[in-house]
Design a protein around this ligand. Structure first.
Ligand code: SR1
Ligand code: MG
Length: 411
């Protein structure tokens, strides 16, 4: 049965799980425990013993950032460990090792990531990670391609879609918070003072609301691949030479462009927050370079997987293309990629708008103490996000987005 753990009970609980106790070494009295959950939903305990460490994540039966008035099913821990295992099958170097799970306790025990830190916090401090974009491109291309119809026999793919169908409460959060609530006066919305005019304008902006609705329809009805489902910079842990993707509790089968767009949006927001974080410095285009490297790396690796398909293997790609000549297959992959790009732009726009006008804000902007400066940064991000949603066709490639976002140009 379920009980929420705390700093004192987590050690004795883990001591009864032989492989975990062995990994930690010594006795529970020798272990240090820190609850470090800084996300919106769960408890996260880092437990370190004489021989090693683990990260134990436990779901609470409610949304942590709001409290018990917003219940949330513990089953999200089940879907998270299912997704961790599926991701590990395709991108083992990019996700933490799953060591133990207890579905009744909604508990997932993973290898301790050390000395990793959360990417969002590092970006707020102006840190750079040269391998970040190529690692994220690898994670995206490998997890998304190898769970899609391009790689999986159709019967197996339908079974995998079904395996995640119950994660409805988590999908509902996304449906409400990302696609709906930023466009009306939802009770938990908040925004920085000074943005009232653009908040009001967005709520009556028909092309914008229709574009957001179209993205919601894609999210609801396009089970293309197993998504992480919440791939923002708080779901990424980094060191100088490693990148790990954590927290796939929003996992389900959805449109590939959702994961791609969310990660791009969070890099773009980190860039756009710089004038507020460090007003005396020129904005550093490194984050724009990273977003370009990420998209190009993803595109190359994803299409490479398609071009390397075994003609004899069974999968859901169109028979004539999978077995056709190389040119035809390359054209087919370019076509798939064009659809992902268009989706990614729309989802990125939705993610940026909801992080500024909705419930769940991000430290990139929230860390800007000067309210007027924060409002300026957020306004610019909102204007760009609107263009990404309404005028997607104008962005023929990632360089066009960088050009629109660059802060050393006149708006
Ligand atoms: C109520 S949960 C708010 C947000 O936190 C999670 O990380 C997801 O991004 C969700 O939308
Ligand atoms: Mg999370």
């Amino acid at each position: 049965s379920y009980t929420a753990l705390d700093d004192r009970s987590v050690g004795p609980f883990l001591a009864d799980i032989a492989p975990i106790a062995e990994r930690l070494g010594g006795r529970p009295g020798d272990w240090t425990v820190a609850e470090v959950g800084d996300g919106n939903l769960n408890l996260v305990f880092l437990v370190t013993g004489p021989s090693g460490g683990v990260a134990a994540k436990q779901a609470l039966p409610y949304v942590r950032m709001v409290g018990e008035s917003w219940p949330l099913p513990l089953s999200r821990a089940y879907y998270e460990r299912l997704a961790l295992a599926d991701q590990a099958a395709h991108a083992p170097a990019r996700v933490p090792a799953l060591l133990h799970h207890d579905d009744a306790m909604a508990l997932t025990v993973m290898a301790l990531l050390k000395p990793h830190r959360t990417l969002r916090g590092a970006l707020v401090e102006g840190e750079r990670y040269p391998l970040l974009a190529s690692h994220l491109a690898e994670f995206l291309a490998d997890t998304l391609f190898f769970t899609s119809d391009l790689a999986v026999p159709v019967v197996d793919k339908k079974a995998r879609i079904a395996a995640y169908l119950g994660n409805t409460a988590m999908c509902r959060i996304t449906e409400d918070l990302i696609f709906d609530e930023p466009y009306f006066d939802a009770p938990m919305n908040r925004h920085t003072r000074g943005l009232e005019d653009i908040v009001a304008a967005f709520r009556t902006d028909v092309p914008l609301c229709l574009a957001a609705q179209r993205m919601k329809a894609r999210f609801l009805a396009a089970p293309e691949a197993l998504l992480h489902g919440d791939l923002h910079t708080g779901s990424v842990m980094v060191t100088a030479d490693d990148t790990q993707v954590i927290d796939p509790e929003f996992a389900f089968y959805g449109p590939i462009g959702f994961d791609v767009g969310m990660v791009l949006a969070n890099l773009w927001m980190a860039y756009l927050a710089q004038p507020g974080q460090r007003p005396a410095e020129r904005p550093d285009p490194w984050l724009l370079d990273q977003s370009e490297t990420l998209w190009k790396g993803f595109a190359k690796r994803f299409t490479g997987h398609g071009n390397a398909l075994d003609p004899q293997a069974e999968h859901g790609a169109l028979h004539a293309l999978a077995r056709g000549d190389a040119d035809l297959r390359a054209a087919a992959m370019e076509d798939v990629l064009a659809g992902i790009w268009t989706d990614a732009l729309g989802f990125a726009g939705c993610e940026m708008i909801r992080r500024i006008l909705g419930l769940a804000h991000v430290a990139d902007f929230e860390s800007i103490a000067d309210e007027a400066l924060r409002a300026d940064c957020e306004r610019r991000a909102l204007q760009i996000a609107r263009r990404l949603l309404v005028d997607r066709a104008a962005f023929s490639g990632i360089a066009a987005v960088s050009h629109a976002i660059r802060l050393d140009r006149a708006p």
